[in-house]
Design a protein around this ligand. Structure first.
Ligand SMILES: Cc1cc2nc3c(=O)[nH]c(=O)nc-3n(C[C@H](O)[C@H](O)[C@H](O)COP(=O)(O)OP(=O)(O)OC[C@H]3O[C@@H](n4cnc5c(N)ncnc54)[C@H](O)[C@@H]3O)c2cc1C
Length: 445
């Protein structure tokens, strides 16, 4: 039997910052974090095991971020939550009493109802070191790999598999383009061009019909009748929330996950939840959002951890910000692109600017950076942005996300004070963010 003021279940992108936030806001409280795995993979780093960092061991979250913050770490699987007695029971037979509980049990790979997906050499994206190591061994001897799903995870795997390997990689995507759930067509087309330059075959607008082979996969059959050879099939088709524990404890859930209010409190006032296991709402429409990202998980964790004893923070909903890289081109998005904005009833105006990300252009590392911004025509407020270019796209999109969250107008962005330097940014005259806002303004004046 153990006792803590705060017990956290889950030790990944949500559980760790939740625990650290608890310690920062409530330094007198004893915090225990329970997680299943001995060591945790950096979830977003998983594709990079296969071409850049080379082994799952080099993609771990170090445990000292937990222990050096005065958090007790327990490796165990929580089997049951008893809300009346305020305790959790683990697989090893421990009973741990809590005053406040945070659930950050994450997500599991989504299961597609397709014949043959249980065959040998069909891999889902599990955040499990042994499983990922097994995949690495198979990839190193494979000749033909098919990736199901051309979202950002599918394209990152494809790009990594091609690094230093002479293998055939094919992406099969149901939508008309890769990355299309998030990006506008012009960005998707550019991404597909880079994939093809990297020698990756992209098949879009087709569905997986059947996985071929006896015990082991040897190919896939597509909805247009085509058959493609495959030693390995990777299903990169999304995740479902891991909510069995919460459901069995009688907490309210829906298809998106555990239902929480804007303070991240569940239907039990002593239990909070954060990360992929929670149901989410859009920042723009307050409608349910299917987005599950590490950046959302950490934001929710910092809200949940701070609010346990005193409501200090509020979740305003999911903006949806992320980046990906194919070859040496980065693609990044925040908020709504033009089409979903219009589908959600916005009258929009867009501004676009492209220029070198260094000045003069002869500076090392120069690449062209394109920024497209979407504004609400009625209010002038920014509601979305997309960036294509070099590494700095990742930070530029975060600036755009801050502009969205603070509801800045095109005028605010056109006149905001920015810092530039020849070696690290675009020129102040050609700064893409500001110019895209100016161009949008010319369309409303
Ligand atoms: C390949 C890949 C790439 C990605 N890339 C990005 C990216 O670039 N950017 C981005 O923002 N997001 C990315 N994501 C999404 C991101 O990984 C998830 O949003 C994030 O992992 C969610 O964190 P989480 O802590 O909520 O859940 P998880 O990472 O799923 O962690 C859940 C934790 O709970 C533990 N747990 C569950 N049940 C129990 C139990 N009963 N007892 C004890 N422990 C339990 C698990 O063991 C685990 O430690 C990527 C995801 C994948 C799969």
């Amino acid at each position: 039997m153990k006792k803590a003021d705060i017990v956290i279940i889950g030790g990944s992108a949500a559980g760790i910052p939740a625990a650290i936030t608890c310690r920062r806001h409530y330094p007198d409280k004893k915090v225990i974090l329970i997680r299943k795995e001995k060591q945790v993979q950096i979830p977003c780093g998983i594709p990079y095991i296969y071409g850049t960092v080379h082994t799952p061991e080099k993609n771990m979250i170090p445990d000292d971020v937990i222990t050096k913050n005065g958090i007790e770490l327990l490796i165990d699987d929580v089997m049951n939550i008893n809300r009346e007695k305020k305790n959790v029971v683990t697989e090893n037979g421990d009973t741990i009493y809590y005053d406040k509980l945070i659930l950050s049990t994450g997500s599991l790979p989504f299961d597609l109802p397709v014949r043959g997906l249980d065959k040998e050499n069909v891999y889902k994206i599990k955040k499990d070191s042994v499983y990922l190591n097994g995949l690495l061994e198979k990839i190193n001897i494979a000749k033909d790999i098919v990736i199901l799903g051309g979202g950002f995870i599918g394209v990152e795997f494809a790009d990594e598999f091609k690094k230093n390997r002479d293998i055939n990689v094919t992406i099969v995507e149901l939508l008309p383009h890769c990355l299309m759930l998030a990006f506008e067509e012009e960005f998707c087309l550019e991404a597909e061009r880079v994939l093809e330059e990297r020698g990756i075959k992209v098949l879009t607008g087709v569905k997986l019909e059947e996985v071929l082979g006896d015990k082991k996969v040897n190919g896939v059959k597509l909805s247009d009748g085509r058959e493609i050879k495959a030693d390995i099939l990777i299903a990169a088709i999304g995740v479902k929330p891991n909510i069995e524990l919460a459901k069995n404890a009688g907490l309210k859930v829906d298809s998106g996950g555990i239902i929480v209010d804007s303070s991240m409190m569940t239907s039990d006032e002593n239990i909070f939840a954060c990360g992929d296991c929670t149901s989410k709402r859009s920042f723009f429409t307050n409608k349910p959002s299917g987005l599950k990202l590490a950046s959302i998980a950490t934001m929710e964790a910092r809200i949940a951890g701070a609010n346990l004893y005193n409501k200090k923070r509020e979740n305003q909903g999911v903006v949806g910000v992320f980046s990906t890289v194919i070859g040496n081109k980065a693609f990044a998005i925040a908020g709504l692109s033009e089409k979903p904005a219009k589908e959600n009833g916005y009258d929009v105006v867009v501004g676009q600017a492209e220029s070198p990300n260094r000045h003069p252009t002869g500076m090392p590392g120069m690449t062209k950076m394109k920024v497209k911004l979407v504004f609400n025509k009625m209010t002038g407020e920014i509601i979305g942005g997309q960036v294509r270019g070099g590494d700095s796209a990742g930070e530029l999109i975060n600036t755009i996300s801050a502009c969205i969250q603070k509801r800045m107008t095109a005028d605010d962005i056109a006149t905001f004070q920015l810092g530039t330097h020849p070696a690290v940014t675009a020129s102040p005259i050609a700064y893409q963010l500001v110019n895209a806002a100016e161009i949008a303004l010319t369309k409303v004046r």
